[in-house]
Design a protein around this ligand. Structure first.
Ligand code: FES
Length: 157
């Protein structure tokens, strides 16, 4: 499997090159473009980006693996991100996570066989005042309860 930017992303990359004095600045926007294009950041895509930015594949990996929003494995259509940081933990995020695992019959870090749902555990989602917080793709669920999870997931099935 190989990777290269589609025409739209290549055009965007070339445009960004004119805006920044250092190619390093294109690291995060390029990773986003890869993820939007492919759904995840594959090893082949990291090698491709490393060549474009004059970096090593390990440089790309070290950045991509630092941020939980970048997926280093294929994920399902709906990525259910459960916050595991203090406020959410104190307000029951562990129980919410177990509820989701039981409902979907998978463990955190796994995807359902139909590739509809993936459960991931993430650090603070920046919504501590409404803990426990869960984020499905880019939509936040706040003051999350098992009943809310049931309604939302049933609606997505
Ligand atoms: S601790 Fe969960 S959103 Fe901040």
């Amino acid at each position: 499997m190989s990777f290269e930017f589609n025409e739209k992303n290549e055009d965007k990359f070339q445009e960004l090159l004119t805006r920044y004095p250092k190619k390093d600045s294109l690291m995060l926007p390029s990773l986003w473009m890869i993820q939007y294009q492919e759904g995840w950041i594959s090893p082949e895509a990291m090698q491709y980006l490393a060549k474009k930015l004059d970096k090593s594949p390990m440089d790309i990996y070290s950045v991509a693996s630092f941020y939980t929003m970048f997926h280093l494995e294929p994920i399902a259509k709906y990525n259910i991100q459960v916050c595991k940081t203090l406020s959410c933990m104190l307000r029951g995020s562990e129980d919410i996570k177990k509820h989701i695992e039981n409902k979907l019959n998978i463990k955190t870090g796994q995807s359902t066989k139909d590739m509809k749902f993936t459960i991931t555990e993430v650090e603070c989602l920046g919504s501590c005042g409404t803990a426990p917080c869960v984020c499905i793709n880019e939509d936040y669920i706040q003051n999350t309860t098992p009943q809310m999870i049931d309604e939302i997931l049933d609606g997505l099935k």
